[in-house]
Design a protein around this ligand. Structure first.
Ligand code: CU
Length: 406
């Protein structure tokens, strides 16, 4: 296997980056190393998206050094304990009191994950807190998010985080590059209300590589007075279903079998070749085929109102709830009136969307990407199992299937 980015699979660290005379950023690292490592001729050149030029970094550093210190001493601090998807952290739908500093912690964890049990497809996933997608964060508009980001010493790679909800420094990506064994703290003000994606963005080809290895998630920034319909009436939910749609590009060997790799990063060159096809081998909800079906399907009751938060960091998606609807859909921002009575809505690649629905019938609902090839063949299907009484006025099987009389 070609070991292009990480010859000998040495963990990336600040020391070996600097020894290569390169800027922080894995694309620059890759560019500094190929003569020794690239034992197999590459079919395509290394992509040209690069780390910022030194003078740009210097200008930003000088501006930050000259900035007036922010006095947030009067703000209350609260800690939000993040939880694994598809669940949401404990939160209030309407903010109590003044804006707060919301402290959160995330670990950049590199871990081997099974993508499809039927084929044995697996990936050394790059994750926030060990899950794909990363955990859902929930704050209110004008709160401050204060993230402690840690990269375990066992990691192979540099990581960072770009919050689409944040303003400046590449969404925080420019201020959060951490190597194995490092941590950083970033605070930013949530000025925009809506659902937003976040993702790792180390630089160059490493950006899609990390994103397509699972390193993305969503933050929901609620209006301080909660969600509203187009007439300004309050809208409240009983529960949240948080789903991340993840496209994977898993390399195959000459026999068409998925290749197993020994450690994170070993698949780098093969993955870039697979990604250049723009044809995912899998596109799944919450990390793996069937992660939200069967025993792990989401469960609700008739009359329950669920807010479906759908993150799609890389590919466009068109979610549809088979047997139900998007009663209220915020495709863009919570500042605008929600779309209503939607059959299928749209998630722009690189964003997260919220859709609200109150279940009226029991049974199984399939939440799918209504590119049905992606749903049925690549994996993007989740199941909602709903309990409660059946309403014959909404639907009734008047005649069960029977032979046609001749
Ligand atoms: Cu990363």
């Amino acid at each position: 296997m070609t070991k292009f980015v990480n010859p000998g699979l040495m963990p990336t660290n600040r020391r070996n980056i600097l020894r290569g005379g390169a800027l922080a950023g894995a694309a620059a690292f890759a560019a500094a190393m190929p003569a020794k490592a690239n034992t197999t001729p590459r079919r395509m050149p290394v992509p040209t998206l690069r780390a910022p030029a030194p003078h740009v970094v210097q200008v930003q550093a000088e501006a930050i050094a000259a900035a007036t210190p922010a006095d947030l001493s009067g703000l209350e601090r609260v800690r939000q304990v993040l939880v694994d998807p598809p669940f949401a952290p404990i939160h209030e739908q309407v903010a109590a009191g003044a804006p707060k500093i919301v402290e959160i912690e995330m670990i950049t964890e590199e871990r081997l994950m099974v993508v499809d049990e039927d084929t044995g497809a697996s990936i050394w996933a790059l994750t926030f807190n060990g899950s794909v997608p990363g955990p859902l964060i929930i704050v209110h508009q004008d709160d401050y998010v204060e993230l402690t980001l840690r990269n375990p010493v066992e990691s192979m790679m540099e990581h960072n985080i770009d919050f689409h909800a944040a303003t400046g420094a590449l969404g925080g990506g420019g201020l959060t590059h951490i190597y194995p064994g490092e941590e950083t703290v970033l605070r930013w003000k949530a000025t925009k209300a809506g659902c937003f994606t976040y993702h790792c963005a180390p630089g160059g080809a490493m950006i899609p590589y990390h994103v397509c290895h699972g390193m993305n998630g969503a933050i929901m920034v609620l209006p301080r007075d909660g969600l509203k319909d187009g007439a300004g009436n309050p809208l409240r939910y009983d529960s949240i279903a948080y789903m991340g749609e993840q496209d994977y590009y898993l390399p195959k060997d000459a026999n068409g079998d998925f290749i197993q790799y020994a450690t994170a990063g070993e698949d780098y060159a093969d993955s870039l070749d697979a990604m250049r096809t723009l044809t995912p081998t899998h596109s799944v909800f919450n990390g793996a085929v069937g992660a939200l079906t069967g025993e792990t399907a989401l469960r609700f009751d008739v009359g329950e109102t669920v807010l479906m938060v759908h993150n799609s960091c890389n590919m466009d998606s068109r979610p549809h709830l088979i047997g139900g609807h998007g009663e209220y859909v915020w495709e863009t921002s919570f500042d605008v009136a929600p779309l209503t009575s939607m059959e299928t809505w749209f998630v722009r690649g690189g964003s997260a969307v919220a859709a609200m629905y109150t279940f009226e019938q029991p049974g199984v609902y399939a939440y799918v990407n209504h590119n049905l090839i992606i749903a049925a063949l690549l994996g993007a299907t989740a199941h909602f199992v709903v309990d409660g009484p059946w309403d014959n006025t909404l639907m009734e099987q008047v005649v069960a299937p029977r032979a046609i009389e001749t």
